[in-house]
Design a protein around this ligand. Structure first.
Ligand code: FRU
Length: 493
């Protein structure tokens, strides 16, 4: 049965989604039907398609009472909107259906697990409890036994007001696991592991990881999965303290690589790093494809950079390009899903271009593109910096600048045209391979995702520059660079 709240949301989006001009939408990134989008939820493969739900407030471009919006795709590139899946319409989730995951049940139905948020009386405190809904890939019925995980299921000292974002999966033996975040006694985040035989009755298993006030304060949106012989834990910390060029202040997204012992439920970390070194990246979620790839998506935004869209925008929020994950040299590697390459058009290739003063190249421009650059010093004495500028016209530009002496890349959108005093630059360390640096720039109108050295590092950012600014230029300073360019348009019709 569809509640009135859900019916209203579905009617609203059916009426207003067609009013979003196609020229406003990202071409191949997931965007909301209308209104506001934050975290990816329920990212999963179900009945022949990938499903991506999302934190959704259809009625305005601002965060509000959370619904679950719903998208599907066959290839991570062409997205189709389905009617909203969940609305805050039940006693235990009246203040929001917050983030969660999805899994297929043995009987072919799809199980959603999410956080029901509900005010505790007068005070500004909200219980966060884990709830379920079951459906067919389009319509979902909330489970009569909700909520299924409450304060009683928490280990001593963990806060029932910060207990959220269940990511659920099925084990090879048919049982279920879920990870959630909570706030531990020390006031900072922890990741909890829960288990279930049937997906409906849940019990606490172990504390997988603790923040101990080291990596931010509260954590959000955990994910946990095996990858290349190790286990990977992803979390999005709030109130990070900056540490060198590895962790920046504020809202981050970090990974732990380590070993997991299923007998004891213990995880031991071996390496901790940022997932993405850009400006707009938060709240990751992954799935496993039928052909065995681990694919991650994230909200291409964060709580400090949000709401910087034009006043007349019809929607706010988009996801990153889904990225294939692997582990190389103990570090997480990410690259755009290979399906993107099917949409490449109009190849433009250059080899050994000598770059000194700022130059543009015939055929190299645009705002929807996939471009790979390889740069190396032209002469023995090297060069001081190499800069590529995109979304450029006489007035505006966004740049990626590599400085070999200090081994850093700086991304800079301070001149992209956005009239907002938010963070616009970020600097992170990179390593050359055989005297060469490889940069892949994936652009989709108002976003730029940079992948360094075949995915060793990624940096994502939004740029609020009019589409007409589509020039690209290259420049080397303090020496000369030899550059190869492989540039494609991306056409999704
Ligand atoms: C992360 C988050 C989650 C929460 C959701 C609410 O961005 O704060 O912890 O479930 O967003 O919309």
């Amino acid at each position: 049965m569809v509640s009135e709240t859900l019916r209203n949301a579905r009617e609203f989006e059916a009426t207003y989604q067609p009013t979003v001009p196609e020229s406003e939408r990202a071409v191949f990134h997931a965007t909301p039907a209308i209104g506001w989008m934050n975290d990816p939820n329920g990212f999963s493969f179900y009945r022949g398609a990938y499903h991506l739900f999302y934190q959704y407030h259809p009625y305005s471009t601002k965060w509000g009472p959370m619904h679950w919006g719903h998208l599907t795709t066959k290839d991570f590139i062409r997205w189709e909107h389905l009617p909203a899946a969940l609305a805050p319409d039940s006693d235990y989730d009246l203040d929001g259906c917050w983030s969660g995951g999805a899994v297929e049940l043995p009987d072919g139905r799809q199980l959603l697990m999410y956080t029901g948020r509900r005010a505790r009386g007068e005070q500004e405190l909200y219980y966060q409890r884990q709830c379920l809904a079951v459906g067919d890939g389009r319509d979902y019925e909330k489970y009569a036994g909700n909520p299924v995980l409450t304060a009683q299921d928490l280990p001593a000292g963990c806060s029932p007001f910060d207990f959220r974002d269940p990511k659920i999966w099925r084990e090879p033996d048919g049982s279920y696991r879920a990870v959630t975040v909570t706030r531990a006694e020390d006031g900072s985040g922890a990741v909890l592991l829960f288990e279930s035989r049937d997906g409906f009755a849940w019990a606490f298993r172990s504390v997988l990881e603790r923040c101990q006030n080291q990596y931010g304060k509260m954590w959000e949106c955990p994910d946990f999965f095996p990858l290349d012989g190790k286990h990977v834990l992803l979390v999005s910390p709030m109130e990070m303290r900056p540490l060198g060029l590895q962790f920046h202040a504020g809202y981050g997204a970090i990974y732990f690589i380590g070993r997991y012992d299923p007998e004891s439920g213990a995880f031991s970390r071996e390496n901790v790093q940022s997932i993405d070194y850009g400006l707009d990246f938060y709240a990751t979620q992954t799935l496993e494809t039928p052909d065995g790839r681990r694919v991650m998506v994230a909200w291409m935004q964060n709580w400090a950079t949000m709401n910087c869209h034009p006043e007349d925008a019809h929607y706010h929020g988009e996801m990153t390009i889904p990225r294939e994950l692997s582990i190389r040299g103990g570090c997480l590697v990410q690259n755009p899903v290979r399906e993107l390459e099917r949409y490449r058009t109009e190849p433009v290739l250059y080899r050994n271009v000598l770059v000194t003063e700022e130059v543009s190249l015939e055929g190299v421009r645009g705002r929807v593109l996939d471009m790979i650059l390889s740069v190396r010093p032209a002469f023995e004495k090297g060069y001081r910096e190499f800069k590529v500028r995109v979304a450029k016209d006489g007035e505006r530009e966004t740049s990626v600048c590599y400085k070999p002496d200090s081994g850093v890349i700086q991304i800079d959108r301070s001149r992209c045209g956005a009239p907002y005093d938010i963070v616009h630059t970020r600097t992170f360390a990179v390593r050359e391979r055989n005297g060469e640096l490889k940069l892949r720039l994936v652009m989709d109108r108002h976003s730029l995702e940079l992948f360094v050295n075949d995915g060793e590092q990624a940096a994502s950012l939004l740029l609020h520059t009019p589409d007409s600014a589509d020039c690209i230029s290259f420049e080397a300073d303090g020496g000369a660079v030899l550059m190869d360019v492989e540039k494609y348009g991306l056409t999704v019709s």
